[in-house]
Ligand binder design. Structure first.
Ligand code: NOJ
Ligand code: CA
Length: 692
């Protein structure tokens, strides 16, 4: 079993543990490399507070912690320290699939036990884990006489920044993450201007707050990113901006239906509040803080899920060529179409195929009265023979990816969950793409509140029982739970490629993915669906287009990580295209990943080594600015000669004027080879480096 392979390379070293009666002095916990230092203390009013420095310079000034509760006094002042425990932990664990095989999990932990000096004398613990790449802290509410149920109206965790940092942010939307990223100084963040966005099926931005991850750069050139890890039975966190004080404060997603943000019984713990810290932008991408702060694998062997590329009856619907529904007469998911796509997939070594619009219910996507939940997830349309398609796929080595669009109606989905997954299990289908378009039923709930966090988790847990892996669209954000549930394989949770097909705001601009790589991607795998070759989308969408070059579309298979990568364009658009060879070749499961260079929102170059073969693939992307990138292939095995195929922007390439100008050439390379490649505006390059 995989988890038996976890190597416990370190020992738990109890460095100090004691009971304290008197008000303590400050407590410190430092990262294993001693660069990050966290101070915990109680203010003069007895309120918990912390402070963080990096290499001796403050990065978080005094920041207080507390909660506003319902029917109870706030957790704020009058605490005393009763216990403290400091220890070091060091292990290496294995990802069943991922950006790398082995993950070092090395931290120093401080656990402080606090008790109120006044009635009702409640107790809490605050835990800090400090790594070389950042820190996380969380609150633990032990079982105790004074409180059994805790109703949280607000969590007041503060991050008091030391300057007016440059920020890459998107609005703190309680219902969707499908926003562009904006680059401004902290005191210029204005999320409210994005209320009522015309391209979103649901959106709710109640405060001047940002979604996480939010990434920053200090004037001294240090990179910080704020997020959360292990979001379990709790509301998602946005960060409210206090412009003048350069202050962020947790603003949990609420529920209009219930009137509070979180309800829990003791004992429980909050998600980790995380700060990734790096001297390079690329260091943020290489950081494993978020997965490390999650529990080890709980579901055992997941070898039934194989990382794969997949085609789909999908893009044609977004182009308007076909439809999901049957009644309109342009139904895409027919047995015939599916078989043709299976042939194409099989011929090109693509292991899976998604079919959307296969099941009845798409005619009344949302009824006039707002009612939803018509899907049963088991009944195919009359022109789609599910069993036949599955059988045909099996014969050709192509597994189906099931599609469950819930219409944002989780109760209907939960009602049908077992039957739907039983059908998949009977057919030997191991992956489902789920979707939650539109506002949530029951009314007053939001996609990112505690109610939905629990729904998404229930889906993951139920799916695991049926050996099903989940790729969720309109999901809850990734917070590293893929470590605990490695069947949580990928998710959307960003403005995906589909916006290029239909959004009325010009699609995803050329700097979108250089932003995403340093923000959304820090949270976890992304189902972006790269690889559109018909960049101008003619003849279907003459007013829309993809805003990158063709070479960048290839590069995205390496840059944007996911264990399932779509090959979404119409099959005919890949025919007789030499560039398609890169998609055939590129890996999807990695032994190691290296960020070779990059700057948030500008450009990034990533090299990844494929697990099975030891072949390397390199992707580089730039925003609207052209640039020349030089890289040395010193990560290759010494003494080995490789065949590299370089897919680069041609001399006339430009994301808008000439997106398909591409130059492909072969070259022998080794670990001292330097490659210097020009990237066009909105361009990129992809390189396959395969052992001879
Ligand atoms: C939104 C998803 O992001 C998209 O991929 C899917 O095709 C539609 N919902 C329909 O379920
Ligand atoms: Ca979507």
């Amino acid at each position: 079993m995989r988890n038996l392979l976890y190597l416990l390379t370190g020992i738990i070293l109890v460095m100090a543990s004691c009971n304290l009666k008197k008000q303590p002095s400050d407590m410190f916990v430092v990262s294993p490399d001693r660069n990050i230092k966290v101070k915990f203390y109680l203010t003069s009013s007895g309120q918990p507070a912390y402070h963080v420095s990096f290499k001796g310079k403050p990065i978080i000034d005094e920041s207080t912690l507390g909660f506003k509760l319902k029917d109870a006094l706030p957790l704020k002042n009058n605490w005393e320290l009763v216990t403290k425990n400091l220890h070091e932990f060091n292990e290496t664990w294995e990802m069943p699939w991922g950006e790398q095989l082995e993950v070092l999990n090395h931290y120093t932990e401080l656990v402080v036990g606090l008790k109120e000096t006044k009635e009702p004398n409640r107790i809490i613990r605050i835990v800090f884990r400090v790594y070389n790449d950042g820190l996380g802290f969380r609150f633990e509410f032990p079982r105790q006489e004074a409180i059994d149920t805790v109703i949280i109206m607000d969590e007041n965790t503060r991050f008091n920044l030391t300057g007016n940092h440059l920020c890459w942010w998107q609005p703190g939307d309680w219902d969707i993450y499908e926003h562009l990223y904006h680059k401004t100084r902290l005191n210029e963040i204005d999320a409210l201007q994005f209320q009522n966005h015309k391209n979103l099926a649901q959106s709710y931005i109640p405060e001047n707050a940002v979604n996480t991850p939010v990434t920053m750069k200090t004037d001294e050139g240090l990179y910080l990113s704020f997020h959360e890890a292990n979001l379990t039975d709790y509301a998602g966190m946005t960060l409210k901006i206090f412009k003048e004080q350069f202050l962020l404060q947790s603003e949990l997603v609420g529920s209009d239906r219930l009137g509070y943000k979180v309800k829990r019984s003791t004992p429980f713990e909050t998600p980790w509040r995380t700060i990734q810290i790096s001297e390079t932008a690329g260091g943020l991408i290489e950081s494993n803080l978020i997965v490390n702060l999650n529990e080890p694998n709980k579901i055992g062997d997941v070898s039934w899920f194989k990382p794969t590329k997949y085609t789909g009856i999908w893009w044609e619907m977004h182009l308007g060529k076909n439809t999901w529904d049957y009644a309109g007469g342009k139904h895409g998911a027919t047995t015939n179409n599916a078989k043709k796509l299976i042939d194409f997939s099989s011929e090109n070594g693509i292991g899976a195929m998604l079919v959307e619009g296969w099941n009845t219910g798409w005619e009344i996507y949302v009824a006039a009265d707002g009612r939803k939940g018509k899907f049963d997830f088991v009944t195919p349309y009359p022109d789609y023979n599910l069993k036949k398609v599955v059988k045909y796929g099996k014969r050709k080595g192509v597994e189906l990816i099931m599609h469950h669009e819930t219409q944002g109606a989780p109760e209907n989905y939960e009602k049908n969950l077992n039957e739907a997954y039983q059908l998949m299990s009977d057919l030997g289908i191991h992956t489902v793409k789920t979707g939650y378009v539109g506002t949530i039923i029951p009314k007053g709930e939001y996609h990112h509140g505690q109610y939905m966090v629990n729904h998404y988790r229930k889906v993951i847990e139920t799916a695991a029982k049926y050996k099903v892996a989940v790729n969720a669209h309109e999901p809850i954000k990734a917070t590293g739970i893929r470590r605990t549930y490695p069947n949580a394989i990928s998710r959307e949770g960003l403005r995906g490629q589909e916006f290029n097909a239909w959004s009325s705001d010009g699609g995803n601009p050329p700097d979108h993915l250089p932003n995403v790589a340093f923000t959304r991607m820090l949270a976890g795998p992304i189902d972006y669906t790269p690889g559109i070759f018909n960049i101008k989308l003619n003849p279907y969408k003459p007013d829309n287009q993809v805003n990158t070059t063709l070479a960048q579309q290839l590069a995205l298979y390496v840059v944007i990580y996911s264990p399932i990568q779509m090959v979404p364009d119409l099959a005919k658009n890949y025919e007789r295209q030499p560039a398609f060879q890169f998609i055939r070749d590129v890996g999807v499961d990695w032994k190691q990943s290296k960020v070779l260079n990059g700057e948030v929102g500008d450009f990034v170059t990533i090299a990844r080594e494929e697990r099975e073969t030891g072949n390397w693939f390199i992707g580089s992307i730039t925003d609207e600015n052209p640039r020349t990138i030089s890289i040395i292939l010193d990560f290759l095995e010494p003494g080995v000669t490789y065949d590299a195929i370089i897919y680069a922007d041609g001399p006339k390439a430009h994301w808008d004027d000439n997106p398909i100008d591409i130059e492909i050439h072969k070259k022998e390379v080794h670990n001292q080879t330097e490659l210097t490649i020009n990237l066009a505006p909105g361009g990129g390059f992809a390189v396959s480096v395969m052992k001879k």
